[in-house]
Design a protein around this ligand. Structure first.
Ligand SMILES: NC(=O)c1ccc[n+]([C@@H]2O[C@H](COP(=O)([O-])OP(=O)(O)OC[C@H]3O[C@@H](n4cnc5c(N)ncnc54)[C@H](O)[C@@H]3O)[C@@H](O)[C@H]2O)c1
Length: 306
């Protein structure tokens, strides 16, 4: 299949590109390289450098590549920044996505696979692990903007027959995650530990998250090419792991011995969340293959090599 991966120079998108190439597809990347890197894109993959807000650029790209499928990963994805710049998050994540949908409709794209967020869509969970029909109460503009697009996906299918699959990711980690961002605790801690610096835990370290290895998330995208039409799926392990535990496991994996620094908590983040991915198991045939210990080891090795 001919597949356009938006955000394909970023952390998750570039891992998806690799999985799609290994599955034998023709792949191109659309990315403005705002957080993504050209070096993440395989040499045999065409990179269209453009902003998804730029309709003229999208016209040319869609006329040229005519994607049969879009894997839509491009987004502004920093919860704390979104609280400072809510309009920017709406412009990129909502209007940018709407631009893609319009061009998809114009050139006859069959399906869009969308990177949703399980961590920022549901709000503070009413029960755990969270299922897809849990009430949606995003606590920040990032989560609200990401969820908003799910409504457009539904109505573009309803009105124009454009198929979609929403994959609501948990906390994704693994090779190519940016260790200098605000998010991505595993990449940040690993990088610091490998450089002999003591990481800082915001709050008491008892917040729980659902950590999923990026290769497993990429595989969910590959499975969605031919399955899960017009459905929403949680992707995750169903298990919460607290930040102190991540710290200890990374100490063992890196050989770093010093205890963590602790700083005041940051506002706007849920206390505990982990996702029930039973539906993805049943309908996509997806489950997490890489356990936390193995995934952390792979992450440490890849950052060490860098
Ligand atoms: N990392 C996680 O744990 C996680 C969790 C839930 C959902 N997601 C979603 O997964 C997707 C990928 O996230 P990531 O962690 O790989 O982040 P990332 O920042 O590494 O990737 C995003 C990519 O989109 C590109 N991009 C940003 N704005 C763009 C624009 N206006 N036009 C074109 N390209 C643009 C960036 O350059 C980057 O390559 C995002 O949609 C994010 O919301 C990530």
């Amino acid at each position: 299949m001919r597949i356009l991966v938006t955000g394909g120079a970023g952390f998750i998108g570039s891992n998806i590109v690799d999985a799609l190439l290994a599955d034998g597809h023709e792949v191109a990347v659309l990315d403005d390289l705002s957080t993504g890197k050209q070096t993440n894109v395989a040499l045999n993959v065409k990179l269209y450098r453009a902003d998804i807000r730029d309709n003229d650029a999208l016209t040319n790209i869609f006329n040229d590549f005519k994607p049969e499928i879009i894997s839509h990963q491009a987004a502004k994805a920093d919860v704390r920044e979104s609280l400072q710049r809510p309009q920017l998050y709406a412009e990129v994540n909502i209007i940018g996505s709407l631009n893609l949908l319009e061009h998809a409709r114009r050139v006859g794209t069959q399906k869009i696979i969308y990177a949703g967020t399980g961590g920022a869509t549901y709000g503070e969970p009413q029960y755990l692990p969270v299922k897809e029909d849990h009430p949606v109460n995003p606590l920040d503009p990032y989560g609200a903007s990401k969820h908003h697009v799910e409504h457009y996906l539904f109505l573009y299918n309803y009105n124009y027959g454009l198929k979609y699959t929403v994959l609501r990711y948990p906390n994704v980690y693994g090779p190519r995650q940016n260790p200098f961002g605000e998010a991505g605790v595993i990449a940040i801690f690993t990088y610091k530990m490998l450089n002999g610096e003591t990481p800082t835990i915001n709050g008491k370290g008892d917040k729980q998250r659902d950590f999923c290895f990026v290769g497993d998330v990429a595989r969910a995208n590959v499975l969605s090419l031919t399955n899960g039409d017009n459905q929403i799926y949680n992707i995750g392990s169903g298990v919460g792991t607290d930040i102190n535990t991540i710290y200890e496991k990374l100490q063992r994996a890196t050989g770093f011995t010093k205890p963590a620094n602790y700083a005041p908590d940051k506002p706007g983040e849920v206390y505990r969340i982990y996702l029930d991915a039973t539906k993805a198991g049943r309908e996509l045939g997806w489950e997490a293959n890489v356990g936390l210990e193995e995934g952390l080891q792979l992450t440490v090795e890849s950052l060490r090599a860098r």
